[in-house]
Design a protein around this ligand. Structure first.
Ligand code: 5GP
Length: 251
C-alpha cells in the first residue's frame, strides 16, 4: 500500500497530504508536552479526545459563520482540514488572569479581567513563543493591518462562542490560544481559524469547584489528564463511548 506523504510533525499532531488538492489530514497524537517540550509524556487517549473536541468546537464555529479550516472528521484520530498558510502568531484571548499573564503582571490567577484581553506571541519554539506587540507584527510583516483587524474580530467571536458553550456546561473559559491560517479563493485572501481548539489550548475551570479541566492538569501534575478531558467531552455530549481512554481504532 502506498505510504501517504507526511508534511509536518509537531508536538501534538502530524499533518499528511490530503486526498484532494488544498486539503490536509490532521492526525492527533497522544503526546503531551509543556514548558516548550521540557516536560513530555504520552497520555493514552488524549489524541482521540482532542480530535473529537476540536471537531465539536470548529463545527460549531463554522455553523455560526466563523470560518475554520475544519472539513470533516475522518476517524478516531484524524480530521480532514483545509490547507492554509499559518500566520506565525499565537493569538491568546484571556477572560481571567492565569498562567503567564499572572506571572508577568502579578495578578492572582482567577481574577476576572475588566474585558477580554488579546495577546500575540510570535510562533517560534526556539525562542519560546515570545510575546510581541502589533508594532513588531507590522514591522516584520507577519500580518498586515487589515489582517490584524480580521484576526482580532475572529478571536473575539471565538471567545464569545467558546465562553457561551462552556458556560452552558458549567465550565469557565479562562483563556485560550488559536492559530489563524490564510486561504486563497481566487485573487482573494481570507483568514480562517486553524490548528485545533481543545483542552490542550484552553484553560477550563469548573464553575462550582474551580477544578482545572485542561492541560494545566499535566503541566502542574494535578491528576489524570484524560479524566479531565473526558469530563469536558462528557459534559458537551461528544464522548463517542465510555471507553475513550483505550481507543481500539488507531490509524
Ligand atoms: P499562557 O500564556 O498563560 O501560558 O497561555 C495562555 C493560553 O494559551 C492557555 O490556555 C494555554 O493553554 C494557551 N497556549 C499558549 N501557548 C500555547 C502553546 O504553545 N500550545 C498550546 N497548545 N497552547 C498554548
Amino acid at each position: 500500500m502506498a505510504r501517504r506523504k507526511k508534511i509536518y510533525e509537531g508536538k501534538a499532531k502530524i499533518l499528511y497530504e490530503g486526498p484532494e488538492p488544498g486539503t490536509i489530514v490532521q492526525y492527533f497524537k497522544d503526546d503531551a508536552t509543556a514548558f516548550n517540550a521540557e516536560k513530555k509524556d504520552v497520555i493514552d487517549g488524549k489524541g482521540v479526545l482532542n480530535n473529537r473536541l476540536s471537531e465539536f468546537f470548529m463545527n460549531g464555529l463554522n455553523q455560526i459563520g466563523v470560518p475554520t479550516h475544519f472539513i470533516r472528521r475522518l476517524n478516531m484520530r484524524e480530521q480532514l482540514v483545509r490547507n492554509c498558510e499559518i500566520v506565525p502568531l499565537e493569538i491568546i484571548v484571556r477572560n481571567y488572569a492565569a498562567g503567564t499573564m499572572s506571572k508577568r503582571l502579578g495578578i492572582a490567577e482567577g481574577t476576572q479581567l475588566p474585558r477580554p484581553i488579546v495577546e500575540y506571541c510570535y510562533k517560534d519554539d526556539a525562542l519560546g513563543d515570545p510575546l510581541v506587540t502589533e508594532e513588531h507584527i507590522a514591522a516584520f510583516g507577519w500580518a498586515s493591518q487589515q489582517d490584524m483587524e480580521d484576526i482580532l474580530s475572529l478571536a473575539l467571536r471565538v471567545n464569545d462562542f467558546m465562553s457561551g458553550v462552556m458556560m452552558a456546561v458549567g465550565i469557565r473559559l479562562i483563556d485560550f490560544k488559536i492559530e489563524i491560517g490564510r486561504v486563497f479563493d481566487g485573487d482573494y485572501q481570507r483568514l480562517i481559524v486553524a490548528d485545533e481548539i481543545s483542552p490542550d489550548s484552553c484553560r477550563l475551570w469548573d464553575i462550582e469547584t474551580g477544578q482545572k479541566l485542561d492541560k494545566d492538569v499535566f503541566r502542574r501534575d494535578l491528576g489524570n489528564l484524560t479524566d479531565a478531558y473526558s469530563e469536558v467531552a462528557r459534559r458537551l455530549g461528544v464522548l463517542p463511548q465510555s471507553n475513550v481512554t483505550k481507543p481500539t481504532l488507531i490509524n
